[in-house]
Design a protein around this ligand. Structure first.
Ligand code: AMP
Length: 330
């Protein structure tokens, strides 16, 4: 059935003169890689079409992937008039980083998140995929005889596959993931440069790790958490994004099958929560705190330290019940 949807998407792409591509706010490697990869591929394949990559924010740590397009306010209506809008890697409409997306004539959704709030005239959602980039790679491989993928486009798409799958480590990685990554590698990606861009860090980053390791707390049942409060962010001179990324430092503590990072957002008077887990699901928990997401990677928001404590206690209870039913897991 999805073969039919993919074919329909290709037909739509071929029938439009103007195509606008967008992704979710606060983009990660998958959001940027999938959109830039698709745009590059469409520009190569259809040089006569007008293809725009339009979003309203960016993530500085991915600056090495290059920029996106900008149009003047007074050009917006003309650009969107009769255009096809494609949104990738964005589960819900409120997370689209482009408030003008509805001005287009038709909307296509391409995504790998759980489809509990569908949108779009055509929707291709495969929540078993490890990344949206895997879907773009699949789209390319399916229509290889009609689409052109340059080394640069392949690099964008491969970047998203690598980052969203934790370097091909997470559960969603399948034989298909690796076969599709292989098809991209065959196009000659310079992986040494890509990995150096993605994974080397300034010395200050190691000082931050040292702070995080010092401030991790563990609940009785093993939930690991850190509160990157405003004082810590100021002391370590961190952007919100940098403070948020500390969640990744908590992911390898044996017995801590749930780990959480709380990040003060002083400007918005709220605390961002990033929830992660292995073996059990935490998206239900995130749902209860103004959030949602994937089974093992979700986000939420709390507004007071008391609410933060309640979330920690709920996570502890959830992990306690899980361990009771399933025994200790790594
Ligand atoms: P994050 O911790 O921001 O990387 O979020 C992990 C996943 O949870 C993302 O891929 C989103 O799909 C989802 N997510 C994050 N925040 C929210 C939210 N406030 N509401 C719904 N889903 C969210």
């Amino acid at each position: 059935m999805n073969e039919e949807i993919k074919r329909k998407i290709l037909e739509k792409i071929e029938s439009y003169e103007k195509i606008i591509v967008s992704r979710h706010v606060r983009p990660d490697g998958d959001a940027i890689g999938s959109t830039k990869g698709l745009v590059e591929m469409l520009r190569e394949t259809y040089p006569e079409k007008q293809i725009y990559l339009l979003n309203e924010d960016y993530s500085d740590y991915l600056a090495f992937l290059g920029g996106e397009d900008e149009i003047a306010e007074n050009e917006i209506d003309a650009v969107y008039d009769g255009a096809l809008q494609i949104v990738i890697d964005t589960g819900t409409e409120n997370r689209i980083s482009n408030r003008n997306y509805k001005k287009a004539k038709e909307l296509i959704k391409i995504d790998h998140h759980i489809d509990d709030r569908p949108y779009g005239d055509v929707s291709w959602v495969e929540d078993f995929r490890s990344s949206a980039c895997e879907m773009i790679a699949d789209f390319y491989v399916t229509f290889r005889d009609r689409l052109k993928m340059s080394k640069q486009a392949a690099t964008y798409v491969y970047c998203g596959m690598v980052t969203d799958s934790g370097r091909f480590l997470y559960d969603g990685v399948t034989g298909d993931t690796l076969r599709l990554a292989g098809a991209l590698l065959d196009l000659g990606i310079d992986t040494q440069t890509l990995y150096a861009n993605l994974y080397t860090q300034e010395f200050e980053a190691f000082q931050l790790k040292s702070y995080v390791y010092d401030h991790i707390r563990i609940t009785p049942n093993g939930v690991a958490y850190i509160h990157m409060d405003d004082a810590a962010q100021k002391k370590l001179n961190l952007t919100l994004e940098e403070a948020s990324n500390t969640v990744g430092e908590l992911n390898q503590i044996r017995g801590s099958l749930i780990w959480l990072a709380f990040i003060d957002n002083q400007e918005k008077c709220e605390i961002r929560v990033r929830l992660r887990s292995r073996f059990l699901s935490i998206n239900e928990l995130a749902n209860r705190y103004h959030g949602g997401g994937h089974a093992q990677a979700a986000g939420a928001t709390v507004y007071t330290e008391e609410e933060m404590q309640r979330l920690i206690e709920d996570a502890d209870k959830l992990l306690g019940e899980f361990k009771k039913a399933n025994g200790e897991k790594l």
